[in-house]
Design a protein around this ligand. Structure first.
Ligand SMILES: Nc1nc2c(c(=O)[nH]1)N(C=O)[C@@H](CNc1ccc(C(=O)N[C@@H](CCC(=O)O)C(=O)O)cc1)CN2
Ligand SMILES: Nc1ncnc2c1ncn2[C@@H]1O[C@H](COP(=O)(O)OP(=O)(O)OP(=O)(O)O)[C@@H](O)[C@H]1O
Length: 193
């Protein structure tokens, strides 16, 4: 059994682990995740991918975004709304980003609305950890619980993690939206039933 207060403690432990990663490990992780993702069939086929710009010690997504954009994939990025929900706008290269709230870099293109995430063929999801059932621990704003509820059942949703962040079990609440797969640098893509 888990108490919901556990989430806060687990978040702190995971953020501490990320902060302790050395730069070489981070660079290698970003490359492994980028190369791993670019080879996922759904990603290769995708016309539109909903992604995000990494912040802090999250696995770095910038070279992945650039690679997707260069190969002609339409990339949507989130903009954090005051109520924690996510709006979406297109990525038009590194120059199309500007500082937003919470240390985030956000797209400067016109926002397309909270429902735009439903047009993505693949959704890349930030997470602090994911468990073996796909339950995801995020930053606590409930942003992706709302966004993922708008994504169709056949769409691949993938959390990007550092090694060690795909864990046996996380506390789950009724509103928690599961991801359908997780990618770690050393473990590759793991799909959940
Ligand atoms: N890269 C990224 N983008 C995202 C999310 C995320 O988790 N990661 N979000 C997921 O819902 C939404 C934004 N929510 C966020 C909520 C809190 C913080 C946050 O705690 N920022 C730290 C600084 C970053 C760090 O050092 O880790 C801070 O404010 O202190 C960031 C984003 C949408 N965009
Ligand atoms: N559909 C929703 N509408 C409004 N609030 C919601 C919704 N889903 C979850 N929340 C709220 O968001 C809060 C945080 O939820 P939770 O701890 O699961 O966040 P998280 O998934 O870790 O965060 P994030 O998705 O922002 O990374 C909860 O208080 C919850 O009530």
């Amino acid at each position: 059994m888990h108490d919901i207060r556990d989430k806060k403690v687990i978040r702190e432990r995971l953020l501490g682990g990320r902060a302790a990663l050395d730069p070489g490990v981070r660079d290698a992780a970003a490359r492994a995740l980028r190369d791993g993702l670019l080879a996922v069939p759904e990603l290769e086929m995708a016309g539109t991918v909903a992604a995000y710009v990494s912040v802090g010690a999250e696995p770095d997504t910038r070279s992945l975004l650039f690679a997707l954009w260069k190969r002609g994939t339409y990339v949507l990025l989130p903009r954090l709304l005051p109520d924690g929900d996510l709006d979406w706008a297109s990525y038009e290269g590194p120059g199309s980003l500007a500082p937003g709230p919470r240390g985030l870099l956000e797209p400067t293109e016109p926002p397309r609305g909270t429902a735009a995430v439903a047009s993505a063929d693949v959704v890349l999801v930030p997470a602090l950890a994911v468990d073996r059932t796909g339950t995801r621990l995020g930053r606590g704003g409930g942003s992706y619980d709302r966004a993922l509820a708008r994504v169709g059942p056949a769409i691949l949703t993938v959390a990007l993690l550092h090694d060690g962040e795909l864990v046996d079990e996380l506390p789950a609440e009724p509103h928690d939206q599961r991801v359908r797969a997780a990618l770690t640098p050393s473990g590759g893509l793991v799909r959940f039933a």
